[in-house]
Design a protein. Sequence first.
Length: 360
Amino acid sequence: MKKLLAGILILALLSMLPLGILAETLPEEINPDGLIISVRVIASYEVALKAPASGNLMPFVLRAGDTVKAGDTLLTVEPQKVYAEADGTVAAIYAQAGDSADAAAERYGSVLVIERVDRYEVKANVRSGYNSTINRNPYVGTRVYLRSANEKYFADGLITAVDGKNITVAVIGGDLIFTEDVKIYRTPDYRNSSLLARSSLSVVAPVTAAASGTLISMDVKVDDPVKAGDLLFTYVPDVLEPARRGRSDATSVKAETDLIISDIIVSQGAGVQEGQSLIIAYPAREFQLSGQVEEADLQRLHPGDKVSVRFEELGLGPVEATLTSIASLGSDEDPSQFKVYFDFIPPEGVTLGMHATVER
């Protein structure tokens, strides 16, 4: 009861003071001449991270709201792969990682050449063999047996094409010499009655591998043995900018500075085109403050004004900020609201989306 009477007495005495003295006596926080603006931490600008090349995105783990460090790999476009189509030996390579596959193909006809393990074939006419119904009616896929004319060298064979009485036989293994004439038999005992045809060896065209775009990697060397299905090289179907050519991470999207991910525009495995926006992000420590003031308060604010910012929820002391701009267009409300923006140096712990109070 005594405390209540004391409070009433103090209020009565204050009411008797002149207004000027009362204004000086009241704390600054409740000074009616002060301007208080509720603001929110926003990014100073946004960054669009784009696809470095065309292709399909490899699996990734990235979510809106993640903070990433400078140099982190965020997404990777999977290069297209070229595989060996036959067993053989790499005979020639006309381009390396970072080179134009189109330039190599234009000058040499391909990026890479493989000499087949079984590089010989025989083109013959069955009229040159023993005259029998079975010999005159060959089938594709028939296993045959080859022997040199001097009967010193041998190989197996497979009929790969039939055109009337003309046949093509792939030579498999063996030790036949290119200059030798050969005889082709239906049976491995080389009986005269099974002689299909006589002819000479010819060289099968080597296997070529071509592409269009920029080579990302060359995975073999000249004289390397390869099996059908082995990886030869990778490429993207784009002319990459010079700074990316020949780099092992040429198809990766990396953070150039610390970032906060705002939005991921694509999904896992999606096909993308070079230059397509994939991620929207904000710089991790370059913030602004944004708020609104009524039109009646605009005359009290000018770009360059210094203000005090308080982050009450964090328990931080006041931080200085500078008014940078006032929107020229107000809202449709009555009274109209105008956006204002402030630059400041964010204290530790302040991040996007936080609220604060600006005092002018």
